[in-house]
Unconditional design. Structure first.
Length: 485
């Protein structure tokens, strides 16, 4: 499998530390508000990556944090704690806010067929691990105490800007310009590992530490939670591109200083979802959520399909016109699958070339748009229906678009509509004192007349049925009848 690795800025063969096993970390949500659909694009693509690794035969351990403390509004070390801001906004406690928006996040994830990670750890569960890691960094000379806070000293590193040759201006996509300078820092790139009450007197959550009553910085939590659950060697770390600097840059700095060796060799970043205002973000207000899409009548899986039709390393432009086009494409796809017979057994030998094409698409830097093309190739291929349905279900282990389920629902819906129509027809015939056998006999007689080219007799039978409120519908599959409306 070839993946674009932000660490180095090149496409590289993915080789995990331990053969056959993948330890994967994804930055979880800061649970102070609903996730917007731009956030969720990242989680959708991470979900596809995890599911494809499993599909390809790897034993995957996926760890994700829940940020319920320590994430400041600048995404660096300045501004108000996002959790406290959420609590003030809704006049609730920080932990009430955390519980509510954690549940909301996983509800949205379920609607989008995003699998829950194997390990989900709230930051507030791991205060002892944070303190131990910070103390070790102090002991090793990588951290210092100033103004009541503990800072990581980036001057101790040979290379702080680890993501390729990008400079600070190119990397600093998630940091606001209106932040104030922290005079306690020795170097401008130093970052906080632990805040004390010298930072925010009104901080809601505080814990005793060797440096005073305080709380962890945002960056330390991901490193400590990953090392706690995945060990010293992580294979792949995922997140949105706006996490690359400073968050992931700081994670690498503190983790490798703590461990004394390379921590994670592969970094997978998903680019932004854009709307007419640019990057979708909460700070702009009026952001779109899964619930809002549902209120407008959209199936969340149509949004997932929308995301999969683009490459994760390209910005994706959202508009309702684009989403409407995706809905039409999704519905047509489901309708084609619904026409496939469920009978028979799949021909696995015939299926293999199609599986190979699907794998080749995803081995090519997780190219989901090509994987969707492989799905359409199955429907167009010279395969029996059983094999087509089997392949679609097989591909959907990764794509998770609910295709077979949606098709079966369409089949059930059509069967129910047909049954209701038949019941209405029988009720009508009973009301008119006509037997269904008589109607069937008349239709058979008309068919025989047409076969004999006795058009007058065929028209007479048609008109007689019409007088009784029964309309004949001819098709290539023969004649059917329905009640005249």
């Amino acid at each position: 499998m070839i993946l674009y690795n932000t660490l180095g800025g090149t496409r590289q063969e993915f080789i995990p530390h331990e053969e056959g096993k993948v330890k994967m970390y994804t930055c979880g949500p800061t649970v102070y508000h609903y996730a917007h659909i731009g956030n969720l694009r990242t989680y959708i693509m991470e979900d596809v990556l995890e599911k494809y690794l499993r599909y390809a035969g790897y034993d995957v351990l996926r760890v994700m944090n829940i940020t319920d403390v320590g994430h400041l509004s600048s995404d660096a070390d300045t501004g108000e704690d996002k959790m406290l801001a959420g609590a003030k906004r809704e006049h609730k406690s920080v932990m009430d806010i955390a519980r509510f928006y954690t549940d909301a996040f996983f509800s949205d994830a379920e609607k989008l067929n995003i699998k829950k990670p194997d390990v989900i750890e709230p930051a507030t569960n791991c205060i002892p691990e944070f303190i131990e890691m910070v103390q070790t960094l102090i002991d090793k000379g990588y951290a210092y105490l100033a103004g009541g806070n503990v800072y990581f000293d980036t001057s101790k590193l040979d290379n702080y800007y680890v993501f390729g040759n990008m400079n600070e201006d190119e990397l600093q996509v998630g940091v606001r310009d209106d932040v104030s300078e922290d005079s306690n820092k020795r170097n401008k790139n130093d970052f906080v590992l632990w805040f004390t009450q010298s930072k925010f007197e009104d901080q809601a959550l505080k814990w005793e530490s060797p440096w005073g009553l305080g709380y962890p910085g945002w960056h330390i939590e991901c490193s400590a939670i990953s090392i706690k659950h995945a060990g010293e060697y992580l294979d792949i770390h995922c997140g949105g591109i706006d996490n690359a600097f400073p968050h992931h840059t700081n994670e690498i700095a503190q983790s490798e200083a703590y461990l004394g060796h390379q921590w994670c060799p592969y970094w997978f970043h998903v680019l932004h979802l854009l709307d007419k205002r640019g990057k979708m973000s909460k700070s702009k207000g009026g952001f779109l959520t899964v619930s809002l899409l549902e209120e407008k009548g959209y199936d969340p899986l149509a949004y997932r399909f929308f995301c999969l039709q683009s490459h994760y390393r390209k910005p994706l432009v959202f508009s309702f016109e684009n989403l409407d086009n995706t809905v039409q494409a999704y519905n047509k796809l489901v309708a084609k699958i619904a026409k496939l017979s469920k009978d028979g057994e799949p021909d696995l030998d015939a299926a293999k070339p199609y599986q190979d094409k699907f794998k080749a698409a995803l081995d090519n830097d997780l190219n989901t748009s090509l994987a969707i093309t492989a799905l359409y190739d199955v429907l167009k291929g010279k395969l029996d229906d059983a094999t087509k349905r089997w392949l679609i279900a097989d591909f959907d282990r990764v794509l998770s678009l609910g295709l077979i389920e949606a098709a079966d629902a369409e089949i059930e819906k059509a069967a129910q509509a047909e049954a209701e129509k038949a019941a209405q027809q029988l009720a009508y015939l009973e009301e008119k004192g006509i037997s269904k056998d008589w109607v069937d006999d008349q239709i058979a007689a008309r068919a025989a007349a047409k076969a004999d080219k006795n058009w007058a007799e065929a028209d007479r039978i048609r008109d007689e049925l019409l007088e009784k409120g029964i309309v004949i519908k001819d098709s290539k599959n023969g004649a059917a009848w329905e009640i005249k409306v």
